[in-house]
Each structure stands twice: as structure tokens, then as C-alpha cells.
Design a protein around this ligand. Structure first.
Ligand code: GRF
Length: 193
């Protein structure tokens, strides 16, 4: 395996909307010698996203865009990505659907993490729907992003057993712990030379 050093690492932007716990785990991973990526930019669609604090803590350039005027925001983001020579986007709890225009015009790869065993339970309210359906297992998936929601090529998945006493919050919590491990593993799988 060829190890990429600081300036040669793949310049990555992480897109968030909420707490940013996946962002935090990706930042920690990026600092390891074995990591092929560096995190150079954080993009949020919410000014008040809790995860933006990690931009301050780890001194990473961060910017929020409202997405009320989606095409305009996407154009601005594409420019920013180009300026910062970003080659990879990791969506991590980013609650906007990127348009085809954006996906086609970004000069790099886009990954996403979704809290279910895709192709099952695409979209929102995943854990509630999983429990309503009396599933025995759920889990999380890292996949490439294409123009269809949660439908790009799967890179890695982790199964999580559902407990009798689980509610959607307890299940979300257990799956999140696995998400933090799975995203770095998936990045290593895609980018290790
Ligand atoms: C994660 O469960 C992610 O899979 C989902 O939203 C959650 C975001 O959590 N899409 P965080 O912001 O990374 O803590």
C-alpha cells in the first residue's frame, strides 16, 4: 500500500447538516498516517449545525449555504470546491439532495453514509420504518452518490442486530457508533493504492 503524505492526500470536503459526529470521526481518521484523505473544507446547509464547531476546533475552513435558492448555492459551492482543489466529497448527515447538475459538474467522487442496509430503507425516518417492519437487523452503508437517492454503488456495509427493547433512538445510537468506524474503512477500501 502506498502511503500518501500531508500535501499529497486527497483533498476532501465534508457536507453536514447536524451534530457532525461522523465529521468528527472523519477528521480524526484524516490525521492518521494511513489515511489517504485530508479534510480541507466543511460545508453545511444549516448556519446553526452543531457540527460546525469542529471546523473551529480543528481549524478547518467552514461555510454554510441556505439552499433556499438551490441552484445558486450549488454554483457557489462548486466554485468553492474548485478553488480549494477538492477531489472528494463525503456527505455525512447532509439533509439536502444534491442535483444532477451538481453531481455532473463536480470534478471528483462523492460518497454518502446512510443508516440502513441499503437498498432497504432509502430516504428519511429510517430507524422508525425499520422497527415498524419488524426487521431482525439494520445497519449502515457507505456508497457512491449518483443521481438517484441512496442508490449509488455500495462500498461497505455493517450489520447491527435489533434488540427487543430497541426504540428508534436506541437503534440510531448503536448504528451511529458503527457509522463512525465504517466511513473510514470505506475510504480506505476505495482509495488505498
Ligand atoms: C447519521 O446517522 C447519518 O447516517 C444520517 O444522519 C446522521 C448524522 O449524524 N444520514 P451526525 O451528524 O454525523 O452525528
Amino acid at each position: 500500500m502506498v502511503k500518501l503524505t500531508g500535501p499529497n492526500k486527497i483533498k476532501t470536503a465534508v457536507f453536514i447538516s447536524g451534530n457532525g459526529s461522523n465529521l468528527k470521526s472523519l477528521i480524526k481518521f484524516s490525521k492518521l498516517e494511513k489515511s489517504p484523505i485530508s479534510i480541507n473544507l466543511i460545508v453545511s446547509n444549516k448556519k446553526k449545525a452543531g457540527g460546525l464547531k469542529f471546523g473551529k476546533i480543528f481549524k478547518i475552513k467552514s461555510k454554510s449555504f441556505s439552499f433556499k435558492k438551490k441552484r445558486l448555492s450549488e454554483k457557489k459551492i462548486l466554485l468553492m470546491l474548485e478553488k480549494n482543489k477538492i477531489n472528494l466529497i463525503c456527505l455525512a448527515g447532509f439533509m439536502e439532495i444534491l442535483s444532477n447538475y451538481f453531481i455532473k459538474n463536480f470534478n471528483g467522487k462523492i460518497l454518502n453514509i446512510h443508516p440502513s442496509l441499503l437498498p432497504k430503507f432509502k430516504g428519511l425516518n429510517t430507524h422508525k420504518r425499520v422497527l415498524q417492519n419488524n426487521e431482525k437487523y439494520s445497519g449502515c452503508t457507505v456508497h457512491f452518490v449518483n443521481s438517484k437517492l441512496d442508490s449509488g454503488k455500495i462500498i461497505l456495509q455493517k450489520k447491527v442486530k435489533i434488540k427487543m427493547k430497541d426504540n428508534h433512538q436506541s437503534l440510531a445510537k448503536r448504528i451511529l457508533v458503527q457509522e463512525h468506524k465504517l466511513y473510514p474503512k470505506a475510504i480506505l477500501k476505495v482509495f488505498s493504492l
